[in-house]
Design a protein around this ligand. Sequence first.
Ligand code: ADP
Length: 273
Amino acid sequence: MIMNHNRERIKEAKRIVVKVGTSTLTHSTGKMNFLIMDKLARVISELSNRGKEVILVSSGAIGVGCGKLNLNKKPVLLGEKQAVAAVGQCELMHMYSKFFSDYNYTVGQILLTQTAVQEQNRKNNILNTFQHLFAYGVIPIVNENDSVSTEEIKSMDSFGDNDTLSAVVTTITGSDLLIILSDIDGFYDCDPRENTSSSLISLVERITPELEAYAGGAGTNRGTGGMKTKINAAKIVTSSGADMVLVNGSDPDIILDVLSGNEIGTLFCKDLL
Ligand code: ADP
């Protein structure tokens, strides 16, 4: 019963952040998955038509940059990666812009850094930008500014992964729900890649140390944070009064199922303030 009640609430979410990671957006060849990008654009446009305000947090700049520059392997040096990200981010937005325009929507790009979200003043400005984008009927697409954030100073300057970025965006924008599209069906009591008898946890009402201990690292070399950063994102989101759902993003139509209140993936319930 409690489960139904919590899932019921998801149907009412008005402002929603959707986070998609590189492992969902790219094939194992490193090339972009156009079918997924197109479907994402279609589903998000449909939700906007229904009156929802959706923010897309998308990775993929380095993957797209490698394709655009015909590099057959990912750059290693920081300066190279940042240069490739600079090229890839333009191309990524160009592609989203094309896909969304098929459904009659315009996109706006917001690139954030950790320092940009630390002061209240700057947070207010960012919120203001989102409010105006929604007023114009534009779909905001957010990424970390990979060309100026550096891995070396990760703790000071970089979110390190878009799980954390998407959680921060959820709180700043006062969103009701964060949907994280991953390469796995939800949060399990142990990494399913390591233990085939692990079971899916469909509802998390409180993030306990025991639960945190279930979380392992990234599953593929295209994933970034694994479940550790997702639990961290869930803590940020639920303590700010929003819900988070973690689902498999291999078919973006799953977003519609989540918003129908279906019991899929893992729901991390907001703290009742
Ligand atoms: P993505 O970018 O698609 O979210 P990640 O590799 O960052 O991909 O995170 C998903 C991976 O986390 C899974 O493929 C899985 O191998 C790993 N993982 C570690 N611990 C768990 C757990 N307790 N439940 C589910 N997946 C887990």
